[in-house]
Ligand binder design. Structure first.
Ligand code: 5AD
Ligand code: SF4
Length: 467
């Protein structure tokens, strides 16, 4: 998943729900991956249904929720520094006679539980990703003066229990949407906390996914990105009684009127099955972009990471994917400085990157996570070595990304117009390969898919004129 440590407030959904909360307002700040962006939206929906209004200003919020990320140490530490700032805002509100409830959600909540309240007593509520459907109830308990910690792994289906957003609210969010189809991970890569914070792999049933996709499309959404920590491990029983994989599901979703574009993220190389590869060949709505993390290029390191494939397996898989969809843009995640990584191991990562040619990629310094096998391994590397390797890798990846965007100049293709551009008179859309494309506002309305010709590229952004 794209852990780019975004800091973004939950999109405001101005509520008209039964105002049972006396006009109380909730502010949600999201860290981490797209799954958290999606979850923040669902938490907001649950509270709006309970009578709250959403706000994007923390100062006016009665409830502040931080939806946190635990993937790397830096991400987790951000929560505590943010809590210092929030404490000040709360003090100001108290001076004015208003209160503020502070809740920690997400993977830090799941991993650290009650420890968060011990370390930061200003926190009233700790709630893990498997229990968001209990959020309104938990906030009621907090109001009666309790500190609440909800991190039990629930067998209940959180998808089932969360209320659906109203059509008007979805429409305000725009023409692209995330849809969670799978949660959790059974892969246990030795560096990763996800199997511990998100639990084991659970697939959402077909009928629920189709229902939500239909609601999104009905509210004007044109592009849906299916989400899962291991999205291509999704499987379920189709209405035909057969066992479906992600490929079959994508075909079904493409039948929904209004759904023009489909994407999915994040995938594991071991779960790229033939049907999914065939979908890239046969399903025009499936965009030619694939985020397929490999993490490292050395077989020794891949083994230590428990990735359960070799570098050559990944390259062979890519050959098959490219045979099915020659113009596919590849994206990936990389970790440098895993315990025991030698110069030669790191060179193997650079070799693999050169062999693949990525359109985009995310790369990180290894960060030991408590409770994972990697943290206990021998051969942890000095920060300086990790820094140096990260710099070299990122320079290469940046060059490849640049090559990719530059290679679009002069090409003609369809762009989905998503929103107003930063400058007056412009609109911003996306290419099939996910780059932002800036066009004049006369080129098309938001939600339209229009043919354009690319005139210029700047870092990762494209500029276009009508074709
Ligand atoms: N240290 C550094 N990067 C990590 N990732 C996951 N765990 C760690 C860690 N402990 C990276 C992987 C993964 C992405 C979401 O975050 O590259 O694919
Ligand atoms: Fe983490 Fe590996 Fe699972 Fe991805 S596949 S979530 S990196 S354990």
């Amino acid at each position: 998943m794209e852990h780019v440590e975004i800091d973004r407030a939950g999109e405001p959904v101005i509520g008209t729900g039964a105002q049972t909360q006396g006009g109380k307002k909730v502010f949600v700040k999201t860290y981490g991956c797209q799954m958290n962006v999606y979850d923040s939206q669902r938490m907001t929906d649950a509270l709006v249904a309970d009578g709250y209004a959403a706000t994007d200003r923390m100062e006016e919020a009665d409830v502040v929720l931080l939806n946190t990320c635990h993937i790397r140490e830096k991400a987790a530490e951000k929560v505590y520094s943010e809590l210092g700032r929030i404490r000040e805002v709360k003090r100001e509100r108290e001076k004015a006679g208003a209160g503020m409830t502070i809740g920690i959600a997400g993977c830090v909540a799941q991993a650290e539980g009650r420890e968060i309240i011990r370390r930061a007593p200003v926190v009233d509520l700790v709630i893990g990703p498997q229990t968001y459907h209990r959020l309104p109830e938990a906030l009621r308990k907090v109001r009666s003066g309790e500190k609440v910690v909800e991190t039990d792994y629930a067998v209940e289906d959180k998808f089932e229990h969360l209320p659906q957003a109203r059509r008007a609210d979805i429409a305000k969010r725009g023409v692209t949407a995330f849809l969670s189809v799978q949660e959790g991970c059974d892969k246990f890569c030795t560096f990763c906390v996800v199997p511990y914070t998100r639990g084991s792999e659970v697939s959402r049933p077909v009928a629920q996914i189709v229902g939500e996709a239909e609601r999104l499309a009905g509210a004007g959404v044109r592009e849906i990105t299916l989400l899962g920590q291991n999205v291509n491990a999704w499987h379920g029983e189709g209405p035909d009684g057969a066992e479906w994989g992600l490929g079959r599901l994508l075909f079904r979703l493409a039948e929904i009127p209004g759904v023009a574009r489909l994407r999915y993220t994040t995938s594991h190389p071991r779960d790229m099955d033939d049907a999914l590869i065939a979908a890239h060949r046969d399903l025009p709505a499936l965009m030619p972009y694939l985020h397929l993390p490999v993490q490292a290029g050395s077989d020794r390191i891949l083994k230590a990471m428990n990735r359960r494939h070799k570098a050559a397996d990944y390259l062979r898989l890519l050959d098959r994917i490219r045979a099915a969809r020659p113009d596919i843009a590849m994206s990936g995640d990389f970790i440098v400085g895993f315990p025991g990584e030698t110069d030669a191991d790191f060179e193997a990562t650079l070799d693999l990157v050169r062999a693949v040619g990525y359109a985009q990629a995310f790369s990180f310094k290894y960060s030991p996570r408590p409770g994972t096998p990697g943290a206990e391994m021998k051969g942890h590397l000095p920060e300086k070595v990790k820094d140096e390797r990260l710099q070299r890798l990122q320079a290469l990846l940046f060059e490849q990304q640049h090559d990719f965007t530059r290679s679009r100049v002069g090409m003609r293709f369809d762009v989905l117009i998503e929103k107003p551009g930063r400058q007056a008179g412009q609109r911003a859309g996306r290419s099939p390969w996910l780059q932002p494309v800036i066009v004049d506002e006369t080129v098309g309305e938001i939600g339209e898919i229009v043919p354009v010709r690319i005139t210029r590229a700047e870092a990762s952004t494209l500029f276009a004129e009508p074709a």
